[in-house]
Design a protein around this ligand. Sequence first.
Ligand code: HSE
Length: 311
Amino acid sequence: MESIRVFAPASVANVSCGFDILGFALNTPGDEIILNQNDSGEVKIVDITGDDGQLPKDPEKNSASAVIINILKHLKLPLGIDIRLHKKMPLGSGLGSSAASSVAAAYAVNELLGNPLDSMEVLEFAMYGEKIACGSDHADNVAPALFGGFVLIRSYNPLDVIKLPAPEELYASVIHPRIEIKTKDARDILKKQIQLKNAIKQWGNVGGLISGLYTSDYELIGRSMVDHIIEPIRSILIPGYDAVKAAALDSGVLGCGISGSGPSVFALSRGSRVAREAAQKMKEEFKKIGIESDIYVSKVNNQGPIVLEQA
Ligand code: HSE
């Protein structure tokens, strides 16, 4: 194969109670990458669109190219590859933008080479891309972007990733207020220690959420979507957060929280009607304080990356 075009999806990490250990993939938005083999023996970024010139073009510093360079080194293949990256979602949005690019890159190059890596190896290389982008190699965006669906990272060392079922009628509403929060900054403000009483509530909710996903118990999913540890700190970074969350809950969603490291806010609903209405209400709340926003309503994406073209 000489060339390949791959889509990888956005994702919602943490899902309220599962900081760094839970995430799910969305159908839309997502990033596209096009790889073409070249004769120069170098990995080059030929074009990036949709990033307003913000992403580095140095192949060692850009997460997509760095992932590809690392994979080629690991496989001892001195190949040249031209990379075109089309960002179709905002950066610093809490939608797993760097994860989508890293997963698209790792998945695409593995396909291009005839799948020499197994899926856990692809995941580990994509995590390296996340580390390049934000200084931390958490997997709660990359794993759902790669495997689709809801994913639990049971352990990081050794890496133990468990795909969870998503109930059929579960819909996500995600609203992205047009402000940027860098994941690194949103991680740096977190406390390094938490109180036992909060940990007890949090792991109760993680268990409840996972149980709800397995049994399609929508009410249980909703009442487990409570974050006693991260949300109280990070919500301060999102103007109007409390009003936006209240608007979603008033619309009848199951639960609502910060998507990843923010500023996007997500809600889960039973059925698409509530999900669409809640997204609209959340948008109105941001508008009241002068913040424009974009909304995405999606079922849980069970597929992960898609090969769009190959030649
Ligand atoms: N779990 C990560 C965080 C996701 O909340 O910092 C953001 O990439």
